[in-house]
Design a protein around this ligand. Structure first.
Ligand code: PDD
Length: 282
């Protein structure tokens, strides 16, 4: 396995970075998780848009143009001979001194890792996941804007720890006002009486690329879609609940906080959206 590290391909064992990297010391950096389907990068432009917008927002100079970055992604995929898998693209502030001043970090690090993906087993897509709501709150736009896909994932890690403790596949994070925001690394949707709902990103959610693809599919398939705030009550009372994400794709939820959702397995809208999503990518 070859890792792209600042313009070079190095073996996995030799892919090492400085302990003075501010991504490591301060979580100062950004990342993307991207899928490769049949040798193609899924929604490459959208991922690069989000990456470069995140970089702009935190005043991080990415030492590659978009074209060069796309070339580096393609090069790394080819070098590893991968046709289906997952790309992790990380840009950190790079090495500086122990102070947090980014001015002391002359050059960002760019790392690209491509791997086979181990996702949920296929029956989870049919049967749905169990889920719980958890106590960490999603930060709102004034603090750590969830629209920035930054290396500050401690909240999400705490959510993952709670979902592990509850023995469920993905958890539901609320914002400080108690509105449903998203999962630890997935966006959330609910379906009620044929209408599909997802929280607007200002509630505290990443503007997910898979979320965007599903919203487009809803429109194409004629499902009414509403981007509006909702609470856990609406999740418990929903006919269907599902998560979306680059790694998870579209995964149904069959139970939330001990309440069975719908029929207790992937419902018709979720099943249809997953099937159409898979057509889109293959
Ligand atoms: N997840 N919300 C959070 C907090 C995320 O980290 C992610 C991405 C999503 C889904 O966004 P997208 O559809 O663009 O992947 C929502 C990880 C990194 C992933 O699935 O690869």
């Amino acid at each position: 396995q070859w890792i792209y590290l600042n313009g070079e391909y190095v073996s996995k064992e030799n892919a090492k970075i400085s302990v003075y990297d501010h991504g490591f010391l301060y979580g100062d950096g950004i990342f993307e998780g991207i899928r490769i389907y049949g040798g193609n990068i899924f929604r490459c432009k959208e991922h690069l848009d989000r990456l470069y917008d995140s970089a702009k927002s935190i005043m991080l100079d990415i030492p590659l143009t978009r074209e060069e970055m796309q070339g580096a992604l393609v090069g790394t995929i080819r070098k590893n001979g991968l046709r289906d898998g997952y790309i992790r693209l990380v840009v950190s502030r790079g090495p500086g001194n122990l102070g947090l001043d980014p001015l002391r970090c002359p050059a960002a690090y760019v790392v690209i890792i491509v791997e086979q993906l181990s996702i949920y087993p296929e029956d989870a897509y049919r049967d749905g996941l169990r889920s719980v709501s958890v106590s960490p709150r999603r930060n709102l736009p004034d603090a750590l804007n969830p629209k920035i896909k930054s290396l500050n994932y401690l909240n999400n890690v705490l959510v993952k720890i709670q979902s592990n403790q509850a023995g469920v596949g993905e958890a539901i994070m609320l914002n400080a006002q108690g509105y449903v925001a998203e999962g630890s690394s997935d966006n959330i949707f609910v379906v009620k009486r044929g209408v599909v709902y997802t929280p607007p990103c200002y509630i505290g959610a990443l503007e997910g690329i898979t979320r965007g693809a599903i919203m487009e599919l809803c429109e194409r398939l004629g499902y009414k879609l509403k981007e509006e705030p909702f609470t856990l009550h609406d999740v418990y009372a929903a006919d269907e609940v599902f998560f979306t994400g680059t790694a998870a794709e579209v995964i149904a939820v069959r139970e939330v906080d001990g309440r069975a959702i719908g029929e207790g397995r992937a419902g018709p809208v979720t099943t249809r959206l997953l099937a159409e999503f898979r057509k889109l990518v293959t």
